[in-house]
Design a protein around this ligand. Structure first.
Ligand code: 5GP
Length: 194
């Protein structure tokens, strides 16, 4: 049995394009006690993404094997045919390094993790200023096809309706303010000893 003083989990959730990746990167760069939780995913790598850094990229068959073996803390088919999931082994790896995992996951996955670990989880929902603004951001990122852009926009409106399930909501109308707000919440959470 491995011993951990406390197994905390931080979840940053938001619709795609709300800025959660920028906020997560800022926090990870500032605070070495935080570690990015690398998810398993079956979508292909984009640009310079690497397996074992951005995601553990795998085939659908490999992913389903992990489901069968109960290896996931949570998993979702986030987009049609594309699976994403948080491996239990990834949490163990980070806790063993005496760090706190930061999960950048979708709203449903975030709700599942919270339900499993209600006492040691901090969940932050990043809200885009509006759905129109979110669409503009996704377009300017230039990584989406017209079809996947529309899928992400539709999903965003649905996900925003779940914002009250989380411990905190941060409206990302100003990235540096949103980063500071998240930082403060996280530092308080990490310092907690209960
Ligand atoms: P992307 O394809 O843009 O990297 O990620 C798409 C969505 O999947 C994002 O909202 C991201 O937060 C979510 N996601 C990434 N990893 C996981 C995971 O392990 N579990 C769940 N439920 N969602 C994830």
């Amino acid at each position: 049995m491995m011993q951990y003083s406390n197994k905390k989990i931080i979840i940053i959730t938001a619709p795609s394009g709300a800025g959660k990746t920028s906020i997560t990167r800022f926090l990870l760069a500032q605070h070495p006690q935080l570690a990015f939780s690398i998810s398993a995913a079956t979508r292909p790598p984009r640009g310079i993404e690497k397996t074992g850094v951005d995601y553990y990229f795998m085939t659908v068959e490999e992913f389903r094997n992990h489901i069968r073996q109960n290896d996931f803390m949570e998993w979702e088919m986030v987009y049609e045919g594309k699976y994403y999931g948080t491996l239990k082994s990834e949490m163990e790896r980070i806790w063993q390094n005496k760090q706190v995992p930061m999960l950048d996951i979708d709203v449903k996955g975030a709700i599942h993790v919270q339900q499993q670990y209600p006492h040691n989880t901090l969940s932050i929902f990043i809200e885009p200023p509006s759905v129109e603004e979110l669409k503009r951001r996704l377009e300017s990122r230039g990584t989406e096809t017209a079809e996947s852009l529309q899928a992400r926009v539709n999903k965003a409106s649905y996900e925003i309706s779940f914002k009250h399930h989380f411990d905190h909501i941060i409206v990302n109308d100003d990235l540096s303010r949103a980063c500071k707000e998240a930082e403060q919440l996280i530092l308080e959470f990490i310092a907690r000893t209960d």
